[in-house]
Design a protein around this ligand. Structure first.
Ligand code: ATP
Ligand code: MG
Length: 147
């Protein structure tokens, strides 16, 4: 399923709508080039989860955690390329928290089979294409709310 967002505001709104519909334990992956909008989209999701703290890029910390309607683990696996994966991450990904993983390809082997894969593609200055690939029934139902 594809959705095009022509502004940061639209991306935030889309993320918010997704965040409002997330349920316990859901896992989302976000992939796309540097500056595609993964963190921007996550900010919208956090809003939808009722998180009031400002969400910033976890690039240098790998993981940031937030409290909301559901707790959010926001991972950025960019710096984990070729490194041993911290086993603590698995406990968080397989928990009741929502987990969002930027650059998930670097930790592919610990990702659950059931998840929502999201790819973001740069189209122009303010324009991005979102491609949603739900893996599993509950994620299929989740993306339906975005249409
Ligand atoms: N429609 C849009 N959606 C999202 N971001 C947009 C859009 N239009 C412009 N932008 C800009 O693109 C940039 C996206 O940056 P962001 O940090 O979200 O990317 P990222 O994919 O997380 O990058 P990184 O891989 O470095 O973590 C921001 O500067 C944002 O203002
Ligand atoms: Mg980012």
């Amino acid at each position: 399923m594809e959705i095009i967002c022509d502004s940061v505001e639209q991306t935030m709104e889309l993320g918010k709508k997704l965040g409002e519909n997330l349920t316990r334990g859901m896992v989302l992956t976000l992939n796309g080039d540097l500056g595609a909008g993964k963190t921007t989209f996550t900010k919208g999701i956090a809003k939808g989860l009722g998180i009031e703290k400002v969400v910033s890029s976890p690039t240098f910390t790998i993981l940031k955690q937030y409290q909301g309607r559901l707790n959010l683990n926001h991972f950025d696996a960019y710096r984990l390329e070729g490194q041993d994966i911290d086993l603590g991450f698995e406990d968080l990904i397989y928990s009741d928290d929502v987990s969002i993983i930027e650059w998930s390809g670097f930790i592919e082997e610990i990702l659950p089979e059931q998840r929502l894969d999201i790819a973001i593609e740069y189209l122009g200055d303010n324009s991005r294409r979102f491609n949603f690939n739900p893996r599993g029934q509950k994620y299929l139902e989740l993306v339906e709310v975005l249409i």
